[in-house]
Ligand binder design. Structure first.
Ligand SMILES: NC(=O)N[C@@H](O)C(=O)O
Ligand code: NI
Length: 166
């Protein structure tokens, strides 16, 4: 029997074990360019582990997920962080999980606003991009993904996520 996963609002505190939330946090604000620009400083720190490899900027164009949605698998990148920043002005869903002896535990699902991005720490279990409502673009900063930087786990029984009320 599949379990339903509730959808939580994305907050820095709730997401802290899994990564950074990329949003205009007033505590990071600096006025620059003669006061014409607000710099929200060092919201996340991209990381590459092991052999030096370039961090790269990508655009992921995600198809919207259909609901109810089955979270059947999770993945992780042991040797680099991975960030997703929405470019299309739409919210999106993300799912993360603790590691339990080399496999993901029960996923936690968050709803990110159009003004929030995330940076997954290296080796954090997460579900691949889940766009909402329409095809959506995301700026993704990660590293060239050699096969060893990509680990998947498939659940015996998928978890179910209902459509978020937006
Ligand atoms: N495959 C790929 O690069 N995408 C995933 O890592 C993802 O998190 O969406
Ligand atoms: Ni990923």
């Amino acid at each position: 029997m599949s379990e339903h996963l509730e959808i939580l609002p994305l907050t820095k505190a709730a997401f802290a074990p899994f990564g950074d939330v990329i949003e205009a946090d007033p505590s990071t604000r600096r006025l620059i360019n003669g006061g014409t620009t607000e710099r929200y400083h060092a919201l996340a720190k991209p990381v590459v582990i092991g052999e030096t490899a370039p961090l790269i900027f990508n655009i992921f164009r995600g198809q919207p997920r259909q609901f109810p949605y089955a979270v059947a698998m999770m993945e992780r990148h042991p040797f680099a962080s991975q960030s997703f920043t929405p470019l299309s002005g739409r919210p999106f869903l993300l799912a993360v999980a603790d590691d339990e002896g080399g496999r993901p535990g029960r996923p936690r699902v968050f709803l990110a606003s159009p003004q929030q991005g995330v940076n997954y720490f290296p080796n954090v279990w997460h579900h691949p991009l889940m766009a909402l409502g329409a095809v959506s673009d995301f700026l993704v900063v990660d590293r060239e993904n050699p096969p060893e930087n990509y680990e998947e786990f498939f659940f015996d029984t998928p978890y179910i996520v209902s459509e978020p009320s937006l």
